[in-house]
Design a protein. Structure first.
Length: 157
């Protein structure tokens, strides 16, 4: 006996709800998953709306969690975090809300700490070259170059 259309959609909704409950997801991730389950675009959109209204999907919550994780756990700078959120197609409003999760003092202190740790591992006698290598590392982690050079200047004096 063939599975009814309603049962098929209901099963997909359960799978998507479980997918969202496992960790925070973006609208785009959930829609891709829905399409992968064989749903048509209109069915996927309808389920997406239901999951949003039932608070399984919340992009603002996703952005806040993403920012906290990437900064406090991975020690990423704002530029890299911002780039990651844009790649995940998060709205500007949610990005702004998420970026507010970074405490300014924590940000400066993390940058200082990363610099101090990195400068001890850079080989060589020339302080300018060591500073340049440390700066490249920090900018690569997403920290703003002006802030990186300000910290280096403060630490060198």
């Amino acid at each position: 006996m063939a599975e009814s259309e309603k049962d098929r959609i209901k099963k997909c909704k359960v799978k998507l709800a479980r997918y969202c409950a496992y960790r925070e997801r973006t609208h785009h991730e959930v829609k891709s998953k829905a399409m992968g389950l064989g749903l048509r675009n209109d069915e996927a959109e309808e389920l997406l709306s239901e999951l949003i209204s039932e608070n399984f999907i919340n992009e603002e919550r996703f952005a806040k969690t993403y920012v906290r994780d990437k900064f406090y756990l991975n020690k990423w700078g704002r530029n890299k975090i911002l780039q990651g959120l844009k790649q995940k197609r998060i709205s500007d409003y949610c990005i702004d809300s998420g970026m507010n999760e970074i405490d300014e003092d924590d940000y400066r202190n993390t940058l200082k700490s990363l610099f101090e740790k990195k400068i001890t591992t850079v080989k060589g006698d020339n302080q300018l070259i060591k500073n340049q290598k440390a700066a490249s590392f920090l900018i690569g982690k997403g920290y703003e170059s002006s802030m990186v050079w300000q910290i280096i200047k403060e630490q060198s004096s």
